[in-house]
Design a protein around this ligand. Structure first.
Ligand code: SAH
Ligand code: SF4
Ligand code: F3S
Length: 374
């Protein structure tokens, strides 16, 4: 059904990471093709969709508080349609209907392609719909609707095959699915033709690109993208230390367009904690990678993610994180208090760290990083 003659306006609000930003651009692209209009103001919308994040409890709290606001909006305008998609929709499912009765539809992270069909159903049948099945087929050939006209996000893979014990992403996003390289190249070539100069390649673990396909790997893919005329800068997030192969490290300095910034989450400086996190590398292995990168690409600026207060983190483990930060001297860091997530292996670990200790440690890493960044 084409919505053009009905003038239906959709407002999409995005929470979470760059992958969600891109997914929202894909949703908008799909809906535009079907004749919907994209609203710039929530108050003008006939349909409001929240693309949600589940990574920490705080992220989910934010969504619920937004839903509280929307509930009031809906009381004023009962025809308003409220939808919840993304990682939290995938994980919470009908729990969201239970907690917020004004929500009309829930769609999972692998249901983006079906969004127009799902919306039709909600509007025609006037009943609640939830679709969170895993599809595995990505929105490969959909033209994303991007507001930025110079820099673009492009997903090269979705999902994650790692099992970091604190993380909800594998359950929210499913198993790793790399996009076929031809489709990625075509999308970036088209972006270049439209005048885009910079692309950021997205994936929960870009350095594992292709491992599920068995064809070209991430280094090969970068090499091909580097040849695309018109593109001047290539960025990528997120890399995993475990998959930073020597071949990849040696390839990077040869590729003129690949940006020298590298985001390489370390999470902790303690081997004992890294093991419990199931990160698949040691402190020493991480430092070795940094050493190699800095000797081959001296201008590299390395940024990272750090979690403090992981269950069982003793004072000496925390000190190991501080000393690693001093040793590496990250350009900047995203620092988080461990947040216990439902369904993850660490949720029920007995040695949870008290909130005040977590907070103290968080302040310490933030202060240290601030001093280093200066
Ligand atoms: N795929 C990326 C990061 C995904 S989430 C990677 O593996 O590096 C982004 C960051 O959120 C993670 O690097 C981690 O530092 C943080 N994070 C993930 N789960 C968390 C949790 N349960 N509590 C606190 N921080 C968490
Ligand atoms: Fe989560 Fe680990 Fe996968 Fe990153 S690599 S998304 S932290 S499971
Ligand atoms: Fe959040 Fe999902 Fe991204 S949990 S960080 S939106 S992959």
């Amino acid at each position: 059904m084409n919505m053009k003659r009905y003038g239906v306006k959709v407002y999409i609000k995005t929470f979470g990471c760059q992958m969600n930003v891109y997914d929202s651009e894909i949703m908008a692209g799909l809906l535009l093709v079907k004749g919907y209009e994209i609203a710039e103001d929530m108050n003008e919308a006939d349909i409001i969709l929240l693309n949600t994040c589940s990574i920490r409890k705080k992220a989910e709290d934010k969504v619920y508080s937004q839903l509280g606001v929307l509930k009031k909006l809906k009381e004023k305008n009962p025809d308003l349609i409220l939808g919840v998609g993304g990682c939290m929709a995938q994980r919470e499912g009908k729990e969201i209907f239970k907690r917020v009765s004004s929500v009309d539809l829930i769609f999972g992270t692998q249901q983006i392609c079906n969004l127009p069909t799902i919306l039709n159903k909600v509007m025609q049948e006037r009943k609640k719909v939830m679709v969170i099945e895993e599809e595995r087929i990505g929105p490969e050939e959909v033209k994303a609707y991007r507001k930025d006209k110079a820099k673009a996000y492009v997903a090269i893979m979705r999902g994650c095959n790692n099992h970091c014990t604190y993380c909800v992403v594998p359950s929210a996003r499913g198993r790793q699915r790399s996009r076929i390289s031809k489709g990625i190249i075509r999308e970036i070539e088209n972006l270049a033709k439209e005048g885009y100069k910079e692309v950021t390649l997205l994936g929960q673990n870009v350095t594992a690109y292709g491992k599920d396909l068995g064809g070209i790997d991430f280094a090969d893919l970068l090499e091909r993208i580097n040849e695309i005329e018109g593109i001047e800068k290539i960025r990528f997030i997120t890399s995993h230390p475990k998959d930073m192969s020597d071949r990849l490290i040696r390839t990077l300095p040869r590729l003129s367009k690949v940006c020298e910034d590298l985001h390489l989450p370390v999470q902790s400086g303690s081997n004992r904690i890294l093991k419990d996190m199931n990160r698949g590398y040691t402190r020493e292995a991480y430092l070795k990678i940094i050493g190699k990168i800095r000797s081959l690409i001296p201008r590299t600026s390395v940024t990272t993610d750090i979690i403090v207060g992981f269950p069982g983190e003793r004072e000496e483990d925390f000190v190991d994180t501080l000393s690693l930060m001093e040793e590496v001297r990250f350009a900047s860091a995203y620092m988080f208090k461990y947040s216990s997530r439902p369904g993850t292996p660490t949720e029920r670990m007995l040695d949870q760290i008290p909130e005040e200790t977590k907070l103290k440690r968080l302040h310490k890493v933030i202060d240290l990083q601030r001093a280093i960044s200066k």
